[in-house]
Design a protein around this ligand. Structure first.
Ligand code: PRP
Length: 216
């Protein structure tokens, strides 16, 4: 039996993924050590390998087959547009992709003004403004702390993830429009899906049964 390799995005999703996997008998003891600097972990018995990468790189590893399976946010899937199969909504990591800004920016969205939009997600922002709203905007790519942009005058609005809404609130911003709901998804390499169909399908079934048991 060959190893099945999982790519997990570092951070919150990885921890929730490991908790979920543990409930269907997929464990990786090595990975629980919080102080480790190791990047790749093996479960010899189950012939599984796990590695941690930056979230946006997960679809890349999966498309090229360096990982058979990836766990990643829907936001990253939409942004990266890789040729991969999205096979399951894991039901955790729930949040929303939104257009946000100060209250008075609402008007700029309604009157199709030429505005600046700061975001970590230029493809999602482009698709939303150009293809759905038919509004021409200038998109400015940032790498984090996006909420700063309208505060310091870099842009009128932002496209960003909203989870609890507290970052917006504490910075005097609000949700102006909702683009789409987001959550963690399982993605699979297209060749692996055929070659390892049995093992991967069983895993998907186990995860679905677990979700039904939990009433998700
Ligand atoms: C994300 C997102 C928002 C915040 C939303 O940022 O970009 O800033 O979380 O969460 P909330 O609605 O619960 O306040 P993240 O912490 O990933 O860091 P970043 O600013 O570097 O993107």
């Amino acid at each position: 039996m060959r190893y099945l390799t999982f790519a997990l995005g570092k951070g919150r999703l990885a921890r929730q993924t490991l908790d979920t996997f543990e409930q269907i008998g997929i464990t990786c003891q090595e990975m629980k050590d919080k102080d480790t600097r190791k990047l790749i972990f093996v479960n010899e018995e189950l012939k599984l390998r796990f590695f941690l990468s930056k979230g946006p790189d997960v679809p890349t590893y999966v498309e090229y087959g360096a990982a058979d399976i990836g766990i990643v946010g829907k936001d990253t899937i939409l942004e990266e547009k890789r040729n991969i199969y999205e096979v399951l909504d894991l039901g955790f990591g729930k949040c929303r992709m939104c257009v946000c800004g100060p209250k008075d920016a609402q008007e700029l969205l309604q009157h199709q003004e030429l505005i600046r939009v700061a975001t970590k997600y230029p493809n999602i922002a482009k698709d939303y403004f150009y293809n759905k709203k038919h509004q021409t905007v200038e998109i400015i790519k940032l790498n984090g702390s996006i909420e700063l942009a309208p505060i310091v005058g870099l842009s009128e609005v932002i496209v960003d993830i909203v989870e609890t809404g507290s970052t917006l609130k504490e910075n005097g911003l609000q949700v102006l429009e909702e683009i789409c709901p987001l959550s963690a998804r399982m993605v699979v390499n297209q060749v692996s899906m055929k070659m390892e169909h049995e093992r991967i399908s069983k895993m998907i079934m186990d995860l679905k049964n677990l979700q039904e048991g939990l009433g998700k």
